[in-house]
Design a protein around this ligand. Structure first.
Ligand SMILES: NC(=O)C1=CN([C@@H]2O[C@H](COP(=O)(O)OP(=O)(O)OC[C@H]3O[C@@H](n4cnc5c(N)ncnc54)[C@H](O)[C@@H]3O)[C@@H](O)[C@H]2O)C=CC1
Ligand code: BAL
Length: 504
């Protein structure tokens, strides 16, 4: 029996018990590989919260074997859509029941405020589970006419099999839900590798998987280092599909490993450097709110962060003043205070990385509008930082920072800003603000990204597909499109009348 860590909850006398073993076959078990445990930190205090078991290659093999057995026996094609739907709805109910303690744990491990984790990440995740519960008994095949008299073809949308799911640290619960819900809805089994930086809520959710009544082996959770467990999943010969969210460099490695092993199906949700455009006709007050949200939500640790802002020259200085005020209004601090809107960045590594970019912006001559000063108190906090008058060749304009650091540039014409916006290897998202409907339509058509927001930013819905173009990814999450990522379509050609004349 593996152990349980009791994590103290600030401002209360309570603790949250978190199982720290590997979750395989509905049990928390010790590692077969006996690797160094993973130290898990609180980014608000820089202190260690607990240690969790780190899976090695033997553990990955054991989790895959459990998932394969479940796929062949209790899950896969052996369970009805009605039952998959019932279990997903039950899991959603349990997540909703535990939303406060899950939000507290997410805050302690990831840094995001409890209010944000509870009302947005978990609220959206519960809805995501329910959305895919709704799909589970509606995964339909087709009857395809072949010649009307002697033959017909039937398609069966079958679950693809055992899925490796590798998720990042910026939305630990939400990325879990985005991956797990469509996979379970179609009948796949799962080997889930949470980020080694934020494994706690995935372990806690594993308890809910048992309580909901999922059979052993359907969902397995194995915290591990990316270079160990993540690499073993990507190259595993008995995993049929890998779904990943994270950096473009790791996405490339996963695709390479998939190609070199068993050609498993791959879906990738990768980085971005998303442009956000404000035209002179826009409601400037509203555009400033959305621009602040676009870069500050989740402390900028968002693949869709609107990190390149382009403002029309006629309103440039006025808009910058407005934006500076809005950005300073967001309270970044104690995540257990319900007034707090933003937390620290997730880790020392991420903190150093973001400060490296801030220093580079200063060195390359961008005008520092607000922020750019380190706090002297503990915690990986980075205050809202805005650089104006940036040039396209600056590092802060070209590279994903994943922090609350905005680069603002000026443009004069629609054509000019479309060219600036599309001048990137990424293609995840883009936003524009304008009061001219024709311009909204023209520009949203011209922007080269998987998601375009018009007069808003960063709003996603469970029933709308999400994913990237160019080097921002392959495949789609959310919406009915996400189901396709987990389906292998079988075509049955049926002859009920043709006699074959032989030889030909
Ligand atoms: N698109 C997104 O949502 C995310 C983007 N990023 C970007 O990546 C930068 C670096 O963050 P990292 O934590 O290093 O991202 P990462 O892409 O390395 O980590 C994401 C996940 O991939 C796993 N991983 C790492 N190496 C692997 C490998 N060789 N094979 C399989 N899985 C592997 C990690 O363990 C984690 O679960 C961030 O600053 C940000 O720019 C990071 C996290 C999420
Ligand atoms: N905001 C979409 C999910 C992500 O950042 O990974």
């Amino acid at each position: 029996m593996a152990s349980v860590a009791h994590i103290p909850v600030p401002r209360s006398n309570t603790t949250i018990p978190v199982p720290t073993g590997l979750f395989i076959n509905n049990q928390f078990v010790p590692s077969l590989d006996a690797l160094e445990p993973i130290k898990v930190y609180n980014p608000a205090t820089e202190e260690v919260l607990c240690e969790v078991t780190s899976a090695g290659e033997k553990d990955v093999n054991r989790a895959v074997a459990a998932a394969r057995t479940a796929f062949k026996t209790t899950w896969g094609k052996n369970v009805t859509g009605f039952e998959r739907s019932r279990l997903l709805n039950k899991l959603a109910d349990l997540m909703e029941r535990d939303q406060q303690s899950l939000a507290e744990l997410e805050c302690l491990n990831n840094g995001k405020p409890v209010k944000v984790a509870r009302d947005f990440d978990i609220g959206d995740s519960v809805a995501c589970l329910r959305y895919y519960a709704g799909w589970a008994d509606k995964i339909l095949g087709q009857t395809i006419e072949v010649d009307r008299k002697t033959k017909v073809a039937i398609t069966h949308p079958e679950p693809i099999g055992v899925c490796g799911q590798i998720i990042p640290w910026n939305y630990p619960i939400q990325m879990w839900a985005w991956k797990v819900a469509p996979a379970l809805a179609v009948g796949c089994t799962i080997v889930m590798k949470p980020s080694e930086i934020t494994p706690l809520t995935a372990l806690k959710l594993s308890e809910l998987v048992v309580e909901a009544g999922f059979p052993p082996g359907v969902v397995n959770t194995i915290p591990s280092l990316g270079s160990v467990g993540g690499a073993a999943i990507s190259s595993h010969p008995d995993i049929d599909k890998v779904a990943f969210t994270g950096s473009t460099i790791t996405g490339r490695r996963i695709m390479e490993a998939a190609a070199k092993s068993n050609l498993k199906k791959v879906s990738l949700e990768l980085g971005g450097k998303s442009p956000h455009i404000v035209f002179e006709s826009a409601d400037l007050e509203q555009a400033a709110n959305w621009a602040a949200l676009g870069i500050l939500y989740n402390t900028g640790q968002d693949c869709t962060a609107g990190s390149r802002l382009y403002v029309q020259d006629t309103i440039y200085e006025k808009f910058l003043s407005l934006l500076a005020v809005k950005a300073k209004e967001l309270v970044i601090g104690d995540g257990f205070d319900e007034q707090t809107g933003g937390g620290p960045v997730v880790s020392k590594g991420q903190y150093d990385r973001v400060w490296g970019y801030i220093e580079s912006g200063k060195k390359e001559g961008a005008r520092l509008l607000i922020g750019g000063e380190k706090r002297s108190t503990p915690g990986f906090y980075v205050d809202a930082t805005i650089f104006a008058d940036v040039r396209p060749d600056m590092k802060i304009v070209k590279e994903e920072i994943f922090g609350p650091v905005l680069s603002v540039g000026k443009f004069s014409t629609e054509e000019e800003v479309i060219a600036l916006a599309n001048d990137t290897t990424y293609g995840l998202a883009a936003g524009l603000h304008s009061n001219d409907a024709g311009q909204c339509m023209r520009v949203s058509q011209a922007l080269d990204a998987g998601t375009i927001w018009v007069n808003q930013y960063n709003m996603l819905n469970n029933n709308v597909p999400f994913g990237g173009k160019k080097q921002s990814g392959i495949g789609r999450e959310l919406g009915s499109q996400a189901l396709d990522e987990y389906i292998s379509t079988k075509a049955v050609h049926w002859n009920y009348g043709e006699k074959l004349e032989w030889p030909l």
